[in-house]
Write a protein that binds this ligand. Structure first.
Ligand code: ZN
Length: 472
């Protein structure tokens, strides 16, 4: 049985179409875009047994792809925003984050991940890349199944209904010349352990609803020979490779002390840069490093809402885009989960820095809003190896709808609607969310919303016992 989704406006091929429909097969794949200008009379060109789902008063757009998430960090939102609780920089913030992680049980990991993924779904996100590095029990021993926590996170995504790329993360040391950090005992695995566990996980998950990638955490946390081995294994298996790269200046100077060069140059020298790699952050890199990323066809994942929260620095987005490097977005620390805020912030940071406007407009002839929207959708799908991110034949039917009568975008017309969405929308105007043609959010509600919230509140009460949390 096929389904035709029929909104007032449908965003495809770079613009909105009125009176169009999206024809989806039983497997959740887009079979055809039914555009009025091509089909004339829509109903005349449909197969006989089509279920028509009308979505009046809405615009339908491809779902967002969140390329970089640490779901458990949702627990520290709002709890690290003073010097007393979060210190004054990234490194002291990290101490608070380790505190939240220290004692989480597998069930709690599941409940926190569900809360995070629910919030993503309600913001129009249909796929997440989870950069997952909590592997061991609180005492540092592996669980009987060393992938137990990865299973929990994948189960959480499935229960909410979004797709997940589990980017299994390798973590081996505190850093060059640094003593072991007790806050990291749950993350550590040798290269052999990591490769065996990643292979086992890959055997179990290789469908379009859950699949595996690898993530050597950073050049700080994983020695170069191990990064090479892990990247080579991923290449043999056709899996994505993600890494934190140059988020903090201290990380770059430590790399220079250890290897005599900067992180991107180091990765290039060791053959790790290729189109399979996504460099997360890539803030403190120079133009020559940007050239290296461009010539190797690597991707960049920028996380502007986290980077501004942590005081990381400003990603040189214009340098990346002028070189044709595909940029995607991640919610990272979950300080905020709003892909459109990440999109507009990429541009806004540059405006504050250069005291100019529309700095990312017109590069390669691409209009600003289309470019930012593409970063949040198709570029993200490419970075995770997922056949989604745009509404086109053969792609997965992952989409969200926007209430065209919402006050946030009052006065819109099809020509300026995308700009209004990119620069003015928040999740309150997102009405429905579909993954593979199945609604997980309908009319602003997820069916398990209240239960997910209640379970999360219990975990939050245990992790932050002095705080007063009231269930509604
Ligand atoms: Zn991260």
């Amino acid at each position: 049985m096929m389904t035709l989704f029929q909104p007032d406006l449908l965003f495809a091929r770079g613009r909105f179409h009125a009176g169009a429909g999206l024809l989806v097969d039983a497997k959740g794949v887009i079979v055809a875009l039914k555009l009025l200008e091509e089909s004339g009379n829509l109903s005349a060109t449909l197969p006989a047994d089509v279920d028509v789902v009308r979505l009046p008063g809405t615009a339908l757009l491809p779902g967002f792809v969140n390329v970089h998430s640490h779901s458990f960090q949702r627990l520290i939102r709002g709890r690290t925003e003073s010097r007393r609780s979060g210190g004054r920089d990234f490194w002291s913030w990290r101490g608070a984050m380790y505190h939240a992680t220290a004692a989480l049980s597998p069930e709690q990991v599941y409940h926190v991940a569900r809360m995070t993924f629910l919030e993503m779904a309600m913001a129009g996100t249909t796929t997440v890349g989870e950069f997952h590095y909590v592997h061991r029990a609180p005492d540092g021993r592996p669980y009987p199944d060393p992938n137990l926590l990865a299973h929990q996170v994948i189960a959480a995504a499935r229960s909410v209904g979004i797709r997940i790329a589990l980017l299994r993360t390798a973590y081996q040391r505190a850093g060059f010349d640094l003593p072991p950090d007790p806050g990291q005992t749950r993350f550590l695995e040798t290269t052999d352990e990591f490769l065996a566990n990643a292979a086992d996980l890959h055997r179990q998950y290789h469908s379009t609803d859950a699949w595996v990638g690898v993530a050597p955490h950073s050049v700080r946390a994983v020695p170069m020979d191990a990064i090479q081995q892990i990247a080579a294994w991923a290449r043999e298996n056709g899996l994505p490779v993600h890494m934190h790269v140059s988020e903090q200046i201290a990380e770059v100077t430590a790399c220079q002390r250890e290897y005599g060069t900067t992180p991107v140059r180091l990765l290039a020298q060791h053959g790790v840069l290729d189109d399979r790699l996504t460099a997360v952050h890539a803030i403190h890199i120079d133009r020559e490093e940007m050239d290296l990323l461009a010539t190797s066809s690597a991707n960049i994942c920028s996380c502007p809402t986290t980077e501004r929260n942590l005081g990381d620095g400003i990603f040189p987005a214009r340098d990346a885009m002028e070189r044709g490097i595909p940029v995607a977005f991640g919610s990272d620390s979950q300080a905020q989960i709003d892909p459109l805020e990440d999109a507009r912030e990429l541009e806004y940071h540059l405006r504050l820095q250069h005291q100019q406007r529309s700095l990312l407009d017109g590069i390669d002839g691409q209009e600003l809003s289309s470019r930012l929207f593409r970063c949040a959708t198709a570029n993200g799908a490419a970075a995770l190896g997922c056949p989604a991110g745009e509404l086109a034949e053969g792609k997965l039917a992952d989409f969200f709808t926007v209430d065209l009568n919402d006050v946030l975008i009052a006065g819109n017309n099809p020509d300026d609607l995308l700009s209004m969405i990119v620069f003015g929308l928040d999740r309150s105007a997102i009405a429905d969310v579909s993954v593979g043609g199945k609604f997980l959010v309908r009319d602003h509600r997820h069916p398990h919303q209240q239960e997910i919230l209640n379970e999360y509140l219990e975990v939050a009460r245990k992790v932050w016992p002095t705080q007063q949390l009231a269930a509604k």
